[in-house]
Write a protein that binds this ligand. Structure first.
Ligand code: FAD
Length: 483
């Protein structure tokens, strides 16, 4: 092969790791190993970009822990992993090109990221690398179908989940789940790994120990969930105290685990059926498809990446703003135990149960009538699994500004939600120890002296009035926009 260096020499490949920090099902890595004699790996970090995207401190620590283990796994394949810092996405192409030239790279490989800014950054990087005769190859590891690939009968992007999922299944072929295992690099690489530039200096109170790093830990977590919990998932998934979900979201968010691997292992247990067989497995695979659905929304409707609602008629909603209420919300002191327990779970674990994410987000955007963008940011700043498209999709679903979202007049009552999904109050008591002596019959309803004596705040909102206020705000906005 004629290399960029103009000699008929062995090709040198560079794998640019991004949100795919694993060896399993990593098409960019496998391809580099099969095409190149020598392979190097790089991770490019930008502190400023991380902050701009509101990524949390716990996620940053998790990232570094995972890169440290990835370095060890790559070393077994004779691939050194280096890390460099760059100012922002703007400076990244230049910095990556300099490294590629310095390391005499012929061919750069990476797996696609689908965010608006990420796609722009990648195109500029492709152009810059190709200008200096470095070949580039991109792959899709985050999704089964590239975003925008599946279209409605009229050729439009899907904006409703159920028909999207139907088409997703109709087009599905088993070959999509072929997973390559990377082989060793052909030539031992003499460069040393170097992650010294990745110093983690930030603090957070959430417990990182709950989230062991590395793809072995991720695959073990997946295997444990599939062997012990998935079959009862459709019944247990809504109960925060049962912890009946997989808790793999942090691993999917950084690509330590591949969604294809999840679907394949789930399907193996269900005779390769998507819609029949075990209900729990079908429901769980549905959730992975939701993740892909929201990536499609992000790709096909770039406005959602620009701080805009999916439903444009909701742009004129008059959101309230109260610093006092925001402070109560951010610290888990709204006086609604199930809402506060959810928020406190996130502050303590870096993760919140899905049912509570919906309850909390609906409370924030409807009862408090605060702008969903503030809630979206608060979640990103605290979640270890912060993922732009799923978080934006979840917030816009809850605030009825999004695609396929809850109708604006369907407002969860946090007390009923609490009675239904934490009937014993055990979850509330776990995260709000002040309430440990409140009798079960009263734990959901924040109103009488018992709560005051427990040193727990009185409710910041009147549920009934706030419900009426929210519905009116949505009606007014519809009138303004003429819907
Ligand atoms: P499981 O129930 O075991 O599901 C398996 C996987 O399917 C998850 O890991 C996740 O990747 C995917 N998934 C499950 N539910 C959803 C969903 N509703 N939308 C998209 N994908 C889903 N998920 C994130 O990964 N990152 C976020 O930042 C995020 N923010 C959210 C904000 C709000 C307001 C809401 C309502 C939901 C949000 N979700 C987010 C989706 C969901 O709550 C989490 O994915 C889920 O709780 C993760 O737990 P798990 O891994 O145990 O999920």
């Amino acid at each position: 092969m004629l290399s960029a260096r103009g000699e008929d020499s062995m090709a040198r490949g560079l794998v640019w790791f991004r949100t795919d920090l694993r060896l399993d099902d990593n098409p960019a890595l496998s391809s580099a190993l099969s095409q190149c004699e020598e392979v190097l790996a790089i991770y490019v970090f930008s502190e400023a970009q991380w902050a701009l995207h509101n990524e949390s401190n716990i996620k940053q620590e998790f990232l570094i822990n995972n890169l440290t283990l990835l370095e060890k796994s790559l070393a077994k394949l004779s691939i050194p992993l280096m890390a460099i810092n760059t100012e922002s996405y703007k400076t990244l192409p230049k910095d990556l090109c300099s490294l590629a030239v310095q390391q005499k790279i012929d061919h750069a490989f990476w797996n696609n990221e689908f965010g608006h800014n990420e796609s722009k950054r990648d195109q500029i990087t492709i152009d810059a690398l190709e200008k200096i005769n470095i070949q580039t190859s991109q792959f899709n590891d985050q999704v089964i179908y590239p975003p925008g690939f599946l279209k409605t009968g009229q050729g439009n992007p899907f904006s409703v989940f159920t028909p999207f999922k139907r088409r997703w299944i109709e087009n599905f072929e088993m070959d999509f789940l072929d997973i390559d295992k990377p082989k060793n690099a052909k030539e031992p690489n003499l460069i040393n790994s170097d992650l010294s530039k990745l110093n983690f200096t930030k603090t957070h109170v959430a417990k990182i120990d709950l989230w062991p790093a590395g793809e072995i830990a991720a695959l073990e977590r997946l295997a444990n969930f599939l062997s012990s919990k998935v079959k009862s998932y459709s019944e247990s998934r809504n109960s925060p105290i049962l912890d009946g979900t997989s808790r793999i979201s942090p691993y999917l968010a950084l690509g330590i685990l591949s969604p294809k691997r999840c679907i394949l292992e789930g399907l193996k247990l269900n005779n390769f059926e998507f819609t029949s067989g075990n209900k729990g497995i079908c429901k769980w695979i549905d959730e992975i498809v939701w993740r892909e659905f929201y990536r499609n929304i992000m790709h096909s409707f770039p406005r959602v990446s620009k701080n805009k609602p999916f439903k444009l008629d909701t742009e004129s909603i008059q959101w309230r703003h109260s610093d006092k209420e925001l402070e109560a919300f951010y610290t888990g002191n709204t006086g609604f135990p199930i809402v506060d327990a959810g928020i406190r779970q996130m502050l303590a674990e870096g993760w919140m149960h899905n049912r509570l994410r919906m309850v909390v987000a609906m409370f924030f955007t409807k009862n408090m009538l605060h702008d969903w963008r503030l809630g979206e940011k608060f979640f990103m700043q605290n979640l270890i699994d912060g993922d732009f498209s799923s978080n934006n999709g979840g917030w816009q679903w809850s605030s009825s500004t999004g695609t396929d979202s809850a109708p604006y007049f369907r407002i969860f009552n946090p007390i009923t939600q609490s009675q239904n999904f934490d009937p014993s109050g055990e979850f509330i008591k776990k995260f709000i120890p002040e309430l440990k002596d409140i009798p079960i019959a009263q734990i959901h309803q924040p109103k009488d002296d018992l709560f005051l004596s427990a040193d727990y705040p009185t409710p910041i909102i009147d549920l009934k009035e706030s419900r009426i206020r929210a519905i009116q705000a949505f009606k007014d906005a519809r009138e303004v926009s003429g819907v």
